[in-house]
Design a protein around this ligand. Structure first.
Ligand SMILES: C[S@@+](CC[C@H](N)C(=O)[O-])C[C@H]1O[C@@H](n2cnc3c(N)ncnc32)[C@H](O)[C@@H]1O
Length: 231
């Protein structure tokens, strides 16, 4: 199946509401577990004043988990959609009251502006995480250049995304399996995302072109790929 891109930013109110109200907790918690295991297996720790960036953070579901796991670190969620970030910031208010997560902050930035700008963030990241972002980016080399730009040398990279199925038929099976009762807008977005996503081989080529071949790409279950390593 050929890749068909979808709009990069999620801006429509109906789309943002459906996405932020959906319960992705089981796959989000799985990502956090995999990330922790990856750090542990690599003998790495994240702690006081380390900067963790969650690119394409959306409503902050994973950014929040990172901030709760590493409360002494600075955890920055970045997204180009102000609509998504307004949900993330609203949720942040509650979390600060409940858990005192002062290190959790959000910035509105487009990946392409991170790639172009000379000055992007005040500090570089010890770890960069993203979930379900790469497939949104029309030109993936811009994503990888942005990742390089915001990362400290030898930073930890952990990116998970959907993997493109072989056919539309297979995409429809995944849609029915994972979102059987979701609102139509979420189901449509999911199908579009499956069509926009990359294969493992395409991502390996992207990494090679970007000089990021120290990162490895893995197939995970029937719908994800994971990219991890140090750069
Ligand atoms: C599918 S959501 C994923 C949200 C969150 N990471 C999660 O795991 O639930 C993708 C997010 O990436 C953002 N995004 C897409 N393209 C972007 C770009 N070029 N720059 C910044 N954010 C982008 C969208 O606005 C959206 O909030």
């Amino acid at each position: 199946m050929q890749r068909v891109t979808e709009p990069e930013l999620m801006l429509k109110a109906s789309q943002v509401n459906a996405y932020s109200e959906a319960d992705f907790s089981s796959s989000d918690n799985q990502l956090l577990e995999d990330f922790e295991k990856f750090l542990m297996d690599s003998g790495r720790e994240l702690g006081l004043k380390n900067l963790i960036i969650d690119l394409g953070c959306g409503p902050g579901n994973i950014t929040e988990l990172l901030a709760m796991k590493w409360p002494l670190a600075k955890v920055v969620g970045i997204d180009g959609s102000e609509e998504m970030l307004s949900v993330a910031r609203r949720r942040r208010k509650d979390l600060i009251q409940k858990y005192n997560l002062k290190g959790l902050v959000y910035f509105q930035k487009n990946i392409s502006s991170i790639y172009r700008d000379q000055t992007t963030l005040d500090e570089s990241a010890h770890a960069v995480v993203s979930n379900s972002l790469l497939h949104h980016i029309h030109n993936p080399s811009i994503f990888w250049e942005a990742v390089k730009k915001i990362s400290l040398p030898n930073s930890c990279q952990f990116h998970r995304d959907l993997r493109r199925p072989y056919s539309t038929k297979e995409a429809l099976v995944l849609q029915e399996k994972y979102l059987p009762d979701a609102p139509k807008v979420l189901k449509d977005d999911y199908l579009a995302s499956l069509h926009a996503s990359f294969t493992v081989i395409e991502v390996r080529d992207q990494l090679l072109m970007a000089g990021l071949d120290s990162l490895k790409v893995y197939e995970v279950d029937d719908r994800y790929l994971e990219i991890k390593g140090f750069f």
